[in-house]
Design a protein around this ligand. Structure first.
Ligand code: USQ
Length: 396
């Protein structure tokens, strides 16, 4: 079993990943600076229900399972804070035994500002996104180079790094023949927001570190995630996943379900032909676990496309409409002017074999999954704030 650091352990994916890996016997430490909570406070964004801070959640996890998830609240844009995770100088905010667990075998890096709309609100939010995301990634690479070269870094990238090219999307790399010669290169990247562009720059930093310092990294190009529960989150209310439905932090399917419940027309941006690769949050858990137990090789930048199926916005809206109507909701669909700059009709054919070959068994999006989401979200109907669903943050 390994010792795993999860950077960004407070988020939509971080906390469920911590529980998932802890329940499988790994020794887990979560680190976060509550940056996303601070943005939410500033912008008056509420999740569907409040979730306790990491120390409370880790304590509850320990009470229920007897397992420990160590908690460290720390700003990793500061290199001393990052180094402290590797040199034993870290101050834990919660743990059973104040004993340093040693060099991590694996680091899961989620510690980034994840919202494309936030990154395009104004120059300050763009700069915040760039500085937070790139500094954390660069600091991590430096700390691993300094203290822990054998650790496996699992970095959360995004399918949005590729954009929507008019050719098939490979898993990270492409063979190019040019003027009679051949070479293998990172697949061309063209981020569709400042946020997505920071992910592209992360990939370049990582590739530099792999080539130069011989680190081993798995970069996961993940699509928009949906879902409200995992195997572990349902054990107790205090272990719930933080769930957003607002324009800034909510991903499309989570938003559509919430909108359908309160008779808010589903906000299809433009023509609705925008196609992306999606996955259930339960599959994010599986993908990370598979990457942990099957690490990249020394000096390898291994890239997987972390999706299980593709849908257009219109297809998602139709699915939510059909299931919502069957459940007695008055679901409406409205095409509104697209606040984003993106292709609304385009070719999209990504490959996503790698994680399936490692043994991930997808939970596909069927009516039962949608019904389950409706049944969960409706419990919090009275908490839903209409005014945060759509503000129309414009790309241009
Ligand atoms: N969309 C609508 N209506 C809405 C919300 C979204 O039509 O009310 C459309 C968007 O225009 C876009 C698609 O749905 O074409 C997906 O949007 P999204 O908000 O679910 O996802 P996105 O902004 O791309 O970002 C999310 C996560 C991000 C992650 C990314 C994966 O917030 O952290 O990296 O999904 S990907 O999209 O593959 O880059």
């Amino acid at each position: 079993m390994s010792h795993i650091l999860i950077l960004g352990g407070d988020g939509y994916l971080g906390w469920p990943t911590a529980m998932h890996l802890s329940s499988r016997g790994h020794e887990v430490t979560v680190v976060d600076n509550y940056y996303k909570r601070a943005i939410c406070k500033d912008l008056h964004i509420n999740p569907l229900y409040e979730v306790p801070d990491l120390s409370v959640r880790a304590k509850r996890w320990h009470e229920i399972t007897g397992k420990e998830i160590k908690v460290c609240v720390s700003d990793l844009t500061n290199i001393n804070s990052m180094n402290a995770l590797f040199n034993g100088k870290c101050n834990y905010d919660w743990c059973v035994e104040k004993k340093y667990t040693g060099i991590p075998d694996t680091i899961v890096h989620y510690a980034e500002q994840p919202s494309a709309p936030y990154s395009l609100m104004n120059n300050t939010t763009a700069n915040n996104t760039i500085s937070n995301n790139l500094l954390v990634t660069n600091n991590l690479l430096y700390s691993v180079k300094e203290y822990s070269r054998d650790s496996h870094i699992i970095k959360l990238g995004t399918m949005g790094e590729y954009g929507t090219p008019n050719i098939d999307i490979e898993e990270g790399w492409i063979d190019i023949e040019h003027n009679g010669r051949n070479g293998k290169f990172l697949f061309p990247r063209q981020g569709s927001s400042i946020y997505h562009t920071t992910k592209v720059m992360d990939t370049d930093l990582i590739w530099f570190a792999v080539r130069t310092w011989e680190l081993k990294v798995t970069d996961l190009m993940q699509g928009p995630v949906y879902g409200i529960e995992t195997e572990e989150s349902i054990i107790d209310k205090d272990l719930s996943i933080i769930f957003f439905y607002d324009e800034i932090f909510g991903t499309i399917l989570n938003r559509f379900i919430t909108q359908a419940i309160i008779d808010y027309p589903l906000t299809v941006y433009g023509k609705g032909g925008q196609t992306r690769g999606y996955l259930n949050i339960k599959d994010t858990m599986q993908c990370i676990e598979k990457a942990v137990i099957n690490p990249a090789k020394d000096s390898e930048l291994r890239i997987f496309n972390q999706i299980t199926e593709t849908f257009s916005v219109n297809q998602l809206a139709d699915k939510v409409y059909n299931v919502g109507q069957q459940l007695g909701f008055n679901v409406m669909i409205e095409s509104i002017e697209n606040p984003r700059k993106e292709a609304e009709e385009h070719y999209y054919n990504p490959k996503y074999q790698g994680l399936l070959e490692l043994g991930v068994k997808p939970h596909y999006l069927d009516d039962l999954v949608l019904e389950g989401m409706f049944n969960q979200v409706i419990k919090y109907r009275d908490n839903i704030k209409k005014d945060i669903i759509f503000k129309g943050i414009k790309w241009i």
